[in-house]
Unconditional design. Structure first.
Length: 512
């Protein structure tokens, strides 16, 4: 059993916890009316990481802590800015499997072992408003850190934290920060106790695993592509825990990240050796496919629910909503199980390791060292020409199954073209942005068309099931007809939208 909460905090250097004359009175700052002592706790935490400190390298921490009100196992995952998510599990002798799974995208299956022990004497003060509500907690910690890696080292320091209570306006942190800085209280030089402990005990005196080993010429084509790949790999890793916990839109975002990575590795084969990247693309395709059922079910359920909700009440005959909900529960549960099963496979672990190796030891080709303008433009235009061919072919076909398939292929080509522009935005600027925007409009039209194709298949299946149960099939037929109309409308829109995306000036602006 786990629970989680977001914590938003800032750390500061604290000259002393015994003599606090350096600490300004925060009463009167923003909504703070008083500073109230809340007692002293003795905290004892053992931090776990892999041999090469993969969690620390990904700005995550895992600890087993005793003492205080929240004793137990804590996994902290970075979100943005000053905010992290802390996932908690009850105190036990061994690491709970749930936390091990949530850390897996960062550990990549490597063994977790104790690295540092941190003991703190914590004095807590509540920053309260006029009604006595705690807006934030200010803590002064006397910290003693020791290595658990066989190094006879000990580090001692004092630090201060200001952590917001849940639902407190984040602007309070800025107001407190301004007051502290005016009094000469500086922000801490390390983002966490663990980071400082690793440094000062000598445990972290090695390269952390998210650093690139090979160098690449700044501003080169390789630099632009690798910067984008780094970003996407980090995104995939950070989404893994959210997918496992079935967070809203997490599967969609992770699947899109897989597609972005696949497309980039395909589009920029002139920069990265395909002998290395093609197997990675295959595994990304596999992972996206395993998550596809769950994402497709989400999209389909949202679409059909919206259609039923918009239909006049007198045209909804039979238990349409109940059947739709039962259908969704069965399919969504099976689809999510399929996703989780994929994340437990050795193939997924191998993919995570391959992506880490790709970003740390990129298989650069000769063109990686060249200026990005020509290299990136050539790759973008190659994808664009493929898109143009597929759209032209689809428009030549008569409406029907063959055309539906061709339009779906054109949609996939539009995504690849759009993704190919993304690593080039910093270099090519507005021309790449304009092309991306026009291609995205094409993708949107084609996407709605494909969604209507999938929806019609599902509606036919639902209608057959309803008929077998002796239920009215009228509403299912009505919805089917609506989807047919949507598909026809998108096919009528496509030539105009494509004309805007195929304007010669767009490609000339890229430098073609």
């Amino acid at each position: 059993m786990t629970s989680s909460q977001r914590e938003t905090e800032r750390k500061y250097e604290a000259p002393s916890a015994d003599d606090t004359t350096w600490l300004p009175d925060l009463a009167g700052v923003a909504a703070i009316e008083a500073v109230v002592a809340q007692g002293i706790d003795e905290l004892d935490a053992v931090y776990f990481d892999t041999e090469d400190l993969r969690l620390a390298g990904a700005s995550a921490t895992l600890r087993r802590r005793t003492g205080g009100a929240d004793a137990g196992w804590h996994l902290k995952l970075p979100l943005s800015g000053d905010t992290r998510e802390e996932v908690r599990a009850p105190l036990s002798d061994t690491l709970p499997d749930t936390l091990s799974d949530l850390a897996l995208s960062r550990t990549r299956g490597a063994e977790l072992a104790p690295v540092v022990r941190i003991r703190s004497t914590r004095e807590t003060r509540g920053l309260v408003d006029g009604d006595g509500n705690v807006l934030a907690e200010l803590t002064l910690d006397r910290v003693r850190a020791e290595s658990l890696r066989g190094l006879p080292t000990l580090a001692v320091w004092t630090e201060m934290e200001v952590e917001l209570a849940q639902d407190t306006d984040p602007s309070l942190l800025d107001a407190v920060d301004k007051t502290l800085r005016k009094k000469g209280v500086d922000r801490a030089g390390r983002p966490s106790k663990l980071a400082r402990a690793l440094e000062e005990t000598g445990v972290g005196g090695r390269r952390l695993p998210d650093e690139r080993v090979e160098t690449v010429e700044p501003g080169s084509a390789g630099d632009e592509v690798l910067r984008y790949l780094d970003e996407q790999v980090r995104t995939l890793v950070s989404l893994d825990p959210a997918v496992r916990r079935d967070r809203p839109d997490a599967v969609h975002k992770m699947r899109v990240t897989c597609r972005r990575l696949r497309s980039t590795l395909r589009s920029y084969r002139s920069v990265l050796d395909r002998a290395v990247t093609d197997p990675i693309r295959d595994d990304l395709k596999w992972l996206g496919g395993e998550m596809g059922a769950e994402r497709d079910q989400e999209v389909l359920m949202e679409r059909l629910t919206s259609r039923v909700g918009a239909a006049p009440r007198e045209l909804v005959l039979g238990p349409v909503t109940a059947r739709l909900q039962a259908w969704n529960v069965a399919n969504a549960t099976a689809a999510h199980r399929r996703t989780l099963d994929a994340l437990r496979t050795s193939r997924y672990l191998a993919l995570l390791n391959a992506l880490a190796a790709l970003t740390q030891h990129p298989p650069l080709r000769r063109k990686a060292s060249r200026k990005p303008e020509k290299v990136l433009v050539k790759s973008i235009l190659k994808e664009y020409e493929r898109l143009a061919g597929r759209v032209t072919h689809a428009l030549e076909l008569s409406p029907g199954t063959e055309r539906d398939t061709a339009l779906h292929e054109a949609r996939k080509a539009a995504k690849k073209t759009r993704y190919a522009t993304e690593p080039a935005r910093a270099t090519l600027g507005k021309p790449a942005k304009r092309l991306r925007k026009r291609v995205k409009a094409v993708q949107k039209v084609l996407g709605d068309h494909q969604d209507s194709v999938v929806a019609r298949d599902a509606l036919r299946s639902l209608a057959l099931t309803a008929h077998s149960a002796g239920e009215a099939g009228f509403t299912w037929g009505l919805l089917y007809g609506q989807e047919q109309a949507v598909a026809a409308e998108r096919e009528r829109e496509l030539p105009e939208v494509w004309a805007e995306a195929s304007e010669p000036g767009l490609r000339k602006a890229l430098g073609h």
